[in-house]
Design a protein around this ligand. Structure first.
Ligand code: C5P
Length: 290
């Protein structure tokens, strides 16, 4: 029987860039929230080397794919020469700011560690995850988190009372935004590039109260500066969502997904209906309880 795993996505309630580092990455503080909308992966021993099959035929299945690289690095670190077959059923949109690929890589590390009898510690998996990508360690823990450094330093947090029983509405506009593009273009927005460190702690304190409206005033994403300038539609989405009852609306990660937070599934669904009558039905959308 293959080992089946769900691979969730995330939104950034805050993504505050603090500075550009000499190594080209950006120092940041981000408050990340897991979202229970998932890709599905299955893992089994056997085959020849690492065999990756993917439902989305536009994705490479060799070492250009983070899942493949995660498997390769795991097997090397654990000194395992066996073969593995991996199947990836893709549901999360690509280049969406939802961390789909990062989550897939973290899920692969956790699943292979389980499949081979836990040869590596969580600390070692974290090290492998950080080497693969800045967002990947977050997905090892399945909890809300404050992430710092380039995103790889993760402090897990208890579920936020302000989000209890709330519902995410995710809207992907049908085009992706490249993460390197978003970071490079921050250079033209000095205020967004050099954020004040302290926003994250303030937001976390507010999320620990049950008042989402207050907390939502502190939602912020530095990468909106370049993204909303180039893609005007994303700013229009946010205005419309807020004006029609969303408790909050923000771009996630480097985009292009906009997320809104609603009180209930039915209010999220009726907001989505209004959204579709305004903007048409071409966007990818999902309503996901927290
Ligand atoms: O770490 P990851 O591979 O996900 O990063 C993708 C790209 O995003 C990097 O090559 C870099 O251009 C940018 N990035 C950054 N600062 C970060 C995270 C990512 O500049 N903290």
């Amino acid at each position: 029987m293959p080992l089946q795993k769900k691979s969730p996505c995330k939104v950034n309630l805050l993504l505050n860039i603090l500075s550009k580092r000499p190594d080209g990455f950006h120092e940041l503080e981000t408050v990340m929230q897991p979202v229970n909308f998932c890709d599905e992966l299955s893992f089994e021993r056997g085959g020849n080397g690492i065999q990756l099959l993917c439902s989305d035929k536009t994705l490479p299945t060799d070492s250009r794919n983070l899942v493949f690289r995660a498997a390769e690095n795991f097997l090397a670190a654990a000194k395992i020469s066996d073969s593995v077959k991996i199947h990836l059923e893709k549901k999360i949109p690509l280049a969406a700011g939802l961390g789909g690929g990062s989550g897939n890589a973290a899920t692969t590390l956790l699943a292979l560690n389980e499949l081979f009898g836990q040869p590596l510690s969580l600390a070692k998996l974290h090290e492998l995850a950080a080497a693969l990508g800045s967002d990947i360690p977050f997905f090892l823990y399945s909890k809300p988190a404050l992430a710092t450094g380039r995103g790889e330093k993760v402090e897990s947090l208890e579920n936020f009372p302000a989000l209890r029983d709330k519902v995410f509405l995710l809207i992907h506009p049908g085009f992706g935004i490249s993460t390197p593009w978003a970071y490079q273009n921050l250079a033209r927005f000095p205020a967004a590039l050099n954020g004040q460190k302290s926003r994250a702690q303030k937001l976390i304190s507010l999320l620990r109260t049950a008042d989402l409206k207050m907390a939502a005033r502190e939602f912020y994403n530095s990468l909106e500066a370049p993204a909303l300038e180039k893609f005007l539609i994303l700013g229009l989405f946010q205005e419309f969502l807020r004006a029609n009852g969303a408790l909050a609306a923000l771009m996630s990660g480097s985009g292009s997904t906009t997320f809104a937070i609603c009180e209930t599934v039915s209010s999220a669904e009726s907001l989505l209906e209004k959204f579709k009558s305004k903007f048409g039905s071409n966007c990818w959308t999902a309503v996901v309880p927290v």
